[in-house]
Design a protein around this ligand. Sequence first.
Ligand code: AMP
Length: 438
Amino acid sequence: MKFEDLKIIEPIMKALKTKGYSEPTPIQAKAIPHILNRKDVLGCAQTGTGKTAAFSIPIIQLIHKIEGNSNAKPTLRSLIVTPTRELAIQIDENIKDYSSNTNIKHAVIFGGVKQEQQVRTLKKGVHILVATPGRLLDLISQKHLSLSDVKLFVLDEADRMLDMGFINDIKKLLKLLPTERQSLFFSATMPQNIVELSNTILKNPIKVEVAAVSSTAETITQYLYYTNRTDKNNLLLHILKERKIDQVLIFVRTKHGADRIFRFLTKNNVKAASIHGDRAQNQRQKALQDFKSKEITALVATDIAARGIDIEKLTYTINLDIPNIAETYVHRIGRSGRAGEDGIAISICEPEENAYVKDIQKLIGKKITVIEDNPFPQTDKPMTEEEKKEWNKEKQKRKQEFFANRKNGKQGNSRSDKPKNERSKSKDNKSRNKAKES
Ligand code: AMP
């Protein structure tokens, strides 16, 4: 199949050529004709499949048909709502590329930055607006924009949207959109609540599906290292060095963990940056840019911040924490091996996470190759239920102390930063070091 077979118009074809796309990806081949036929679409596709272009290209084409090269003030005809700022920026960048030979005006709005610039852009008028829900509703309530002319609505990454608690915002938005419209709904997973939400948005949708969430791209080779918690960082350094990795996205579970690994890598002369929800938008953008331009080697990210990061030709992802939700693993490793490129996903597993690996293998339907040549093999055992209880108590105590100290203006924790069992470490209880981020 060729883009020509999809009846893509010349200005967009030219842009695709510039991007170096030779043929449509499966989701594009399946979705584009229906969208051009003005059908509602329910798309089940994971990231990395080319789904952004699958909806952006026909949207640009449909609007171009109406607007031609008119220089009149643009009317907002299409709204694309997506959960994270990074994803919003990325979609807008794609639209910029695909529409570069047309007169289509587009913009992106998201929270965490001042609104003035966004308001100025909206005043000039745009045809396509990419937005995160909070800022969008904010600007609508301030009357900086109206959705009354939106004929094409896209809800992207719907499953993540619900995970992030945006359901009420989406309901509010739906009330503001014209009922006569075309809607496109994309989600990597289709659990019951997502199907129910899609029923409230779509009319007689065409279903397009390219890969179940359980499938990890065939182009991604997956490896697994079993180690002890206390050896994780050293094993990470070993892997970076041994494989001569020059660009890697490292996943961790918490914001605090992301900063801690960033500091550890920097101390060990690995150029790194961290990206998570507590960092200012400009810091996140800078980190992303430095990573894309290979100014830094490692970008340490939490799941939510990493959503939407699209690095062309990224080979390596490393799971320094194994996600406790198996689908998250699929999302994470999908950051590499995109659009047919080769990817390598390495997971570093401590005893407490052994069970998560089992869940992941069940979901993806295959065993991940275990690397035996490992200078830091796993020798510890997972905690027993009793030990877990003890440790959770200890963790709670430490948290309370930490916040009490902060309130009293003291710096940090008067006690050691390590868990009790680690502080009273002896040779035979070394195996009970279970400090997890919380
Ligand atoms: P997405 O799933 O939309 O995040 O896209 C994943 C990556 O695939 C992005 O880097 C796109 O630029 C790229 N891509 C999208 N469509 C194509 C195509 N037809 N040929 C080659 N690369 C593509």
